[in-house]
Design a protein around this ligand. Sequence first.
Ligand code: FAD
Length: 348
Amino acid sequence: MLIGIIGAGISGLTAGRILAKAGHEVVVFEKSRGYGGRICTRYSNKYEGVRFDHGAPYISGDDPLFLEFIQELTEKGVARKWTDTFHFHDGEKMYDKHPNMPPKSRYVCEDGMNAIGKYLSRWVDVRLNSRVIGFTYQGDRRTTKRAWMLNLENFDTFEVDAIVVAAPAVQAYGLIENSIDETMFKTIIKDIDSVLYSPKHALMLAYEDAPAPDFAGLVVSNNPVISWICNENSKRNTDGKVALTVHTQSDFSKKHVFDGTAPEIIELEIAQQLRKVLGDWAGRYDESQMRLWRYPQPGNYFDKDFVELGGDIKPIALTGDYMRGKTLEHAFVSGYKLGHHWANRFSK
Ligand SMILES: Cc1cc2nc3c(=O)[nH]c(=O)nc-3n(C[C@H](O)[C@H](O)[C@H](O)COP(=O)(O)OP(=O)(O)OC[C@H]3O[C@@H](n4cnc5c(N)ncnc54)[C@H](O)[C@@H]3O)c2cc1C
């Protein structure tokens, strides 16, 4: 079967890898220019070797399926153990252990977290810069046409036998709304419409000459702006430069998304709070980049591993982190279970 997957995040690539290994032809369409979706890395414009993991900063898990995948990544040299504990800032003082987070193994990629997406993409044909804007059922004439036609933003079309939508729920909603018939859509609309996201900014900062922080990750509480600071130096050799990725509180980002505050002002507000948390040096950076995440993590989720629509005639499935959870681990498990389910269902 020829399967078209929309989204090269961990859920889509995991499902794709399993289906490709089962003998199916898999083409993944990805709107952005990189692999991995929200597990992604930006490079410094100024300093060689400096990278920022501005989406998910690390991986860790509890599910045996995901732990097995982490083991595979470490064995292949894609990921390595990073830390068991995070520092904690309570709004006034820094502590070297978070009081409510028991130690747990966390893993990172020295090349940048997007190495995970690159690794998974080896098994499938990924078309980057390829935004799917909808798809059309082509009727029952299976001898002349495949079931679905994918329509791309650049006006290209691509015929497939089955579709996996592996995008965040809001984007999946936008895609299927005008692509599947009303009866099919009705079975899912209420659930998918209820998955909500709160935005978050990621501010990436590099320092030519600054004291390297002694933490790997710092959870910040009781601060109106900052929720998390990641010390990128603790992940890889940055040739003496200091690099931090700062994530904001959702309420702070939500307010600024609604009131349309200019990015420079948002950056200043984050930098001002950063000084309070880490000291004055943290406000004197030599490079900054900022990214707004509109859909970082779902606030609620489906009580299912994945969703299937369209029966055997026009198969379509939804997968992603909003299946049974809100995290990267859930995205992997959803893609894994869908991949194996379809590999059995459509075995030759
Ligand atoms: C700032 C931030 C911090 C996070 N922190 C953590 C954390 O600490 N722990 C944790 O477990 N998780 C964290 N996450 C969440 C984690 O990254 C996600 O849960 C996981 O990566 C989701 O994977 P996915 O495959 O479901 O979706 P995604 O990774 O979003 O992949 C979907 C892909 O689909 C593509 N796409 C969408 N629409 C289309 C279209 N029309 N055509 C083509 N392509 C399309 C997107 O570009 C994207 O690449 C964080 C995320 C962010 C952004």
